[in-house]
Design a protein around this ligand. Sequence first.
Ligand SMILES: Nc1ncnc2c1ncn2[C@@H]1O[C@H](COP(=O)(O)OP(=O)(O)OP(=O)(O)O)[C@@H](O)[C@H]1O
Ligand SMILES: [Mg+2]
Length: 247
Amino acid sequence: MLNQILSVNKLNLRFPETNFHAVHDISFELYQGETLALVGQSGSGKTLTALSILGLEPVNSSISGQILFKDTFLLNNSESLPSKNRKYPENIRGKHISLIPQDPLSALNPLMTIYQQLSEAYLIFNKKTSTQELEHLCISTLEQVGIADPTRCIKAYPHELSGGMRQRILIAMAIINNPDLIIADEPTTALDLTVQAIILELLKSLKRTMLFITHDMGVVAEVADRVIQMDSGKIVKSASVFDFSYN
Ligand SMILES: Nc1ncnc2c1ncn2[C@@H]1O[C@H](COP(=O)(O)OP(=O)(O)OP(=O)(O)O)[C@@H](O)[C@H]1O
Ligand SMILES: [Mg+2]
């Protein structure tokens, strides 16, 4: 029996001002070690679903449903609740669930070195880490994401690195706390094709539990075990990657 990591049950997200129902009764499970692809057209609600899991949905929305992460409820409201009043548990986001965002340049701080940003991601949850320990961890994490010269790389600023390198840094930031779940929102869309292939290989090699958002069916075939497809805020299909590609 596989361990369930995440269970989303009847998740709904609405924008009361416009009466727009962006996410409609979404339910799915995610098990340890698997990569679940979330696919669908632009505007179908993929990112809002991901943000709801992270407790980062827009403040002008209202939310209802259950989101269970291991044994912690991230959301447990059958009635619609203004998102600004939602209480999201501490020490989950960034530690147990991390996000690999779409745009590697805007997600990094241009004024901070790679070392400053990577170490900050770790220090938030591990305040009493010695400098030596921290340096060692940053270097070994950069090695894990395939950075060839990590001692040089940690001194660099984001603009000194290529798009592919920057995405590797964001992946390093997403794994440095050894999370149970990684949410990747179109992690390769901003990269050119050859770099995309390399980053996909890297993500696969990490063998993590992942919710992988993409609109690229080639990427789905490459990385996913199962696929759910959204359309206009609803799940319209859920299948193994084999059945999905076959159809
Ligand atoms: N803050 C907001 N206020 C109002 N509507 C919003 C807000 N954020 C998103 N939406 C709307 O909700 C719908 C779903 O958005 P979402 O970003 O989840 O789509 P998506 O599936 O991730 O699309 P894409 O593939 O383009 O990233 C869209 O119609 C979008 O315009
Ligand atoms: Mg999106």
